[in-house]
Every structure is written in structure tokens, then in C-alpha cells.
Design a protein around this ligand. Structure first.
Ligand code: MN
Length: 326
């Protein structure tokens, strides 16, 4: 599928339901809300479906009170899934109804693992893994098809661009990323507002998380691999949500000589959401893919049933595989 096909699908629809992966991040929400505006400007109704995250700065960036959860396949003639390519990547409450939908298109930029290739949500897929973000894809699509980029749309898209490039720090940069930034800047993305919310909002709560993380991070493999664990007890004691501690996986990756970082967030007893980051092309998917997760070479995630006492051994094993590239 090409950009042109995406535009055709949208224009031919009357009612569009928009989805992205569970626990939506700035790129997921940015692309859903930008797409909602694109559709509405074309005279097509569109609704954003997501399970709201716990409270976070995303509440200030997007009108999350307008997000819907009660999706019924019969009410929509087109489903657009973005920032994911497999129905299993969506929040579980949507699985059944999305599976019933007859008309689904996918816009993604994730690597397709072997496991996921068995559960592609649609044959109509625009997947460009080397692009930084869905928001980059949508900006180019709008430019090439002369769709009006309003300041509101530009702001949504810039949020996603900042999220997935970690404000131009990640290794997923190409000349086109800067073209997109220029376009969105010229279309009056509210960059001051975005930076205030995303990067100048360190609260006391965040500092507590920071303090804990610095004190408890562990280096293995001669300092090439680093990890930190937030267990249920810590979340409760410090009154933190997952959103409050996610920064730590990037912070660890930015340490000198570190090649791979792991962040373990316990969400049920002995059940962890694990986020990984790497630098210089070390491939985190070696670990995330093998453990049933997904993402990109340099940033990926998976869920893991494990006891806290076994995490050190797990990280040594998989950290070494990633560093060795096998
Ligand atoms: Mn993304």
C-alpha cells in the first residue's frame, strides 16, 4: 500500500475508527489525533479509540477526554491501525470487535517479527520501518497530497516526532526527519507548549522516581549493560505510575559505555513490562523478539513472567546476547 492508497481509503469511508498500540505513547496518540483531524477536514467522521493511560503529561498534550473505548465493528466502515501491525498489540478490550471489522488498513514503522508476521491485522499495510515515527509518515503523506496541515495537526505531529526521536537524540534520524520538523514548524506547531509539557515538567514525584532509579540501577557485562527494577512495592511506596519511570530506560542508555539498557516495571505479582534501549546499532530485538515482544532495533519491549531474584541472571544472559549480536 502507498500513501496514495491511504488517502483513497480515507476518502471512500464515512466512519473511521482509529487505533494504535496499547499504552499509547506520544507517536501513537499524535498520529491518531492528527489522523482524526485529517479525516474530519475531508468531511469524514473519525474517532480515536484507546484505553487511557494513568495520569501523565499526555493528558495535557491531547484531548484524552474525547477518546472512546466502546468500539463496535458495525458502527464503522473503516478501521485504521497505526504504530502497530498486529491486533494483539492493541489493548485487549478491542481484540474481538476489531477482528470482526472487514475493512482494516495499517500504517506502521515497526520491524515485523516472525511471530507477528502470523497475525498481521491487514493485507493493506503501509510499513516503513526505517522512518522515525508514524507522525513523520503522516506529515509526508499530507505534504505530497496537498492536505491542509493546520496548526492543531502540526502540533499533534510534532509531539509524535519528538516522542519517537527523543527530541532528535535517537539514532532513527534521517534528513527527512529534519524536513518534517521544518514543515511542522512552518505550519505553526506549538513547540513552546510541547517542550513545556514534555521536557520542563519535572515534578517532585519525578524527582523521587529519579532518586530511586539512580540509587538502584545495576551494571553488568563490564558496564555495557545496565538495568533497573521498579517492583509493585516501589510503585506503591513512592506513589508512582509506569509513566513516571519510563524516562529511566533512556537515561540509562545515555550513560557512558552503556550499550543496552533494561527497565523492569512490575504490573502484576512477578509479571513485568520490560523496556529496552540500545545505542550504535546493538539490536534489542534479539531479546524482545525472542521473548514475545516487539518494537525497533534500538527500542523495544516485552512482557515477562519472572521473579525479582531471577532478573539479574536474565539480564546477564540476554544483555550478553544483544552485545554479541546473536
Ligand atoms: Mn511510533
Amino acid at each position: 500500500m502507498t500513501n496514495k492508497d491511504v488517502v483513497k481509503f480515507i476518502k471512500n469511508a464515512k466512519n473511521i475508527a482509529l487505533f494504535a498500540h496499547k499504552n499509547p505513547d506520544p507517536d501513537a496518540y499524535g498520529s491518531m489525533f492528527a489522523m482524526r483531524e485529517i479525516c474530519r477536514n475531508l468531511g469524514v467522521n473519525a474517532d480515536v479509540f484507546a484505553l487511557r493511560n494513568s495520569e501523565s503529561n499526555l493528558d495535557y498534550l491531547f484531548p484524552l477526554n474525547e477518546v472512546k473505548t466502546d468500539f463496535k465493528a458495525k458502527d464503522y466502515d473503516l478501521v485504521v491501525i497505526m504504530d502497530a501491525h498486529c491486533v494483539k498489540r492493541l489493548a485487549p478490550i478491542f481484540f474481538d470487535e476489531v477482528e470482526k471489522s472487514k475493512n482494516i488498513i495499517v500504517i506502521d514503522h515497526h520491524e515485523i517479527t516472525e511471530e507477528e508476521s502470523k497475525c498481521l491485522a491487514s493485507k493493506n499495510m503501509l510499513n516503513i520501518p526505517h522512518l522515525s515515527s508514524i507522525c513523520e509518515i503522516l506529515t509526508i503523506l499530507m505534504r505530497d497530497h496537498q492536505l491542509e496541515i493546520t496548526p492543531v495537526i502540526a502540533t499533534y505531529l510534532y509531539i509524535g516526532l519528538m516522542g519517537d526521536t527523543n527530541r532528535f537524540l535517537n539514532s532513527n534520524l534521517t534528513p527527512q526527519v529534519f524536513d518534517v520538523a521544518k514543515i511542522l514548524y512552518e505550519k505553526q506547531a506549538n513547540i513552546e507548549f510541547i517542550y513545556d509539557v514534555m521536557y520542563r515538567s519535572l515534578s517532585r514525584k519525578h524527582l523521587k522516581a529519579y532518586q530511586y532509579f539512580v540509587k538502584n540501577l545495576k551494571l553488568v557485562e563490564n558496564g555495557q549493560v545496565v538495568y533497573t527494577v521498579f517492583d509493585l512495592n516501589t510503585f506503591k511506596k513512592l506513589n508512582l505510575e509506569h509513566e513516571d519511570v519510563k524516562f529511566s530506560v533512556d537515561e540509562m542508555k545515555n550513560m557512558k559505555d552503556v550499550k543496552v539498557s533494561f527497565l523492569f516495571m512490575e504490573f502484576e505479582k512477578n509479571n513485568y513490562r520490560v523496556s529496552m534501549r540500545s545505542v550504535n546499532g546493538f539490536n534489542t530485538m534479539i531479546c524482545s523478539g525472542a521473548n514475545g515482544g516487539g518494537g525497533h532495533k534500538l527500542a523495544s519491549a516485552f512482557d515477562k513472567k519472572i521473579k525479582k531474584s531471577e532478573i539479574d541472571r536474565f539480564v546477564k544472559l540476554w544483555g550478553k546476547k544483544v552485545v554479541d549480536g546473536k
